[in-house]
Design a protein. Sequence first.
Length: 605
Amino acid sequence: MTSSLPDDAKNNAQPARDATIAARDRPVPAGVNAAQYGSDVAADALRALDVPYIALNPGASYRGLHDSIVNYLGNERPQMLLCLHEESAVAIAHGYAKITGKAMAAAVHSNVGLMHATMAIFNAWCDRMPMIILGATGPVDTVKRRPWIDWIHTARDQGALIRGYTKWDDQPASPTAAREAVLRAGWIANTAPRGPTYVNLDAGMQEEKLADAVAPIDAQRFMPEVKSAASPEMVTKAADLLRAAKFPVILAGRVSRDLGAWNKRVALAERLAARVVTDLKIGASFPTDHALHAGAPGGTALSPEAAEAIRAADVILSLDWVDMAGTLKSAGGNTVAKFVQVSVDHRLHNGWSMDYQGLPRVDVMVDCEPDVAVPALLAALGPAKPHLVPTKTVAPFKPTGDKLTVDHLAAALHRAVGDRPTSLTHISLSWNGAAWPFHHPLDFLGGDGGGGVGGGPGISVGAALALKGSGRLPVAVCGDGDFLMGVTSLWTAAHYHIPLLIVVANNRSFFNDELHQERVARMRNRPIENRWIGQRISEPDIDLAAMARAQGAQGFGPVTAVRDLEATFAKAIAAVEAGQVAVVDVRVEPGYTAPVTAMMTRTSD
Ligand SMILES: Cc1ncc(C[n+]2csc(CCOP(=O)(O)OP(=O)(O)O)c2C)c(N)n1
Ligand SMILES: [Mg+2]
């Protein structure tokens, strides 16, 4: 095949492709060996980005590109992953990036497809995860539009729908401009602070026959690697503060999935004898049963130990912590501590989205990614007399009570998983951070980023896709509300043979909001007994295992007794190890951890 890109640009290192997935949806050879249409040029650029997959739901607005991927690229590099909803397509790209740190692609139809995708894009944006979204518009040239449909599916500024929560967008007007836009989209998305980018391809431009061949370019030279470095002056200042600290605390936030960087964070904490706080909103950043880890990781609420450590700290080092100002407020405040912030996040903020959180007090700002700053800090601190790192024995997690709770679910699942390297790709809002220790950066991937319920299943499918063949078991724990909103993403996993276990912590309720209604009732002195109305998902109960089976997954449950949990999980894990998607419906008592419940039902701020 000759193309608008030279071979050396196309043959750079590709992620290992999975043979079972690659065998799916094979086209008959189309015999196309040169770019002939505008969309062929865009497809060439997509291949130069080195993205293995493009998750999509189809639409006529990009039928040109669709044809180019199938008949010009032969449906490989990228291979299409058909999704039943645009929210799933984007969530799958999100989950893939959570594991690899790299952008995958997603394609969505004009207007309505992008509208479906918006929440998932917002989730990825708040999670600082890269992805390249390709969209389309009916012909911009009104003369070329089909009656009615091309008019309703054309907008003057489609990017405006998502501009507040994407890093960059473009609507290129020619094939050469489209090539440039796709390369720029990949480059910007993958450069820290990472995030989604969007390229809107005019249907007319896609379908236009090329008058002349587009001159080849060396694509890699248009996407130079970007490395941010720590300012030596700021590193020295930070190291001086930390060296002198008596009660240093590290807030270990958004960091990479790299094991070497993980080990360096442990070395830094041990060098400083600093207490470390981690957050369930983001992927594992520090061993949670290390003696220096303060309490269990929290999500909505800090553990009492973490709050105490933050209040007592004299120097606080944030490694791109998600919400420094809010965390300080939740901990009860600390007016004396000096703050060191390591982050590039301030380079991303815009006026639409406020996910930047409150303006934190910062005494020393180290403007780079934590993976870069931590070794620099270690070097600047130099060796020290080894601190006595206190040892900590974490008591085995023991759920209490006879009723089946999320804690019972977690304990039995942990036992069933045993020694297998496991990645928790998602957890329910009811999850107890004490239930499952993390020892590796891939042990836990964090939350959905933007608090958009329904992301759990799709993100988990994307993570499982990236983990396929790695020897790690992908396990998701989803709330029933979350599962029900995203359940059709399981079909994509089943169709492409992406093994995954999803356990549903099924409290038959949008329970989070029961606690909000309880809080309002308390504040207004009204009956809290009514908190369930408009929240409970029962009468009839939904057969979640049947919904899983309907997507081609194995469905188990509902499990209603503690004694049946472990054996059912064992069967489901066996199914996943045999290459299947398995779902276990576990009927749990509604309830959150004590600190979260206390926080959510208090009557004052
Ligand atoms: C798209 C979306 N709709 C509504 C909400 C508000 N909301 C937050 S948590 C929640 C309940 C989620 O239910 P489930 O996943 O079953 O978890 P549970 O609270 O029951 O453990 C809802 C409706 C949201 N965050 N996102
Ligand atoms: Mg629920």
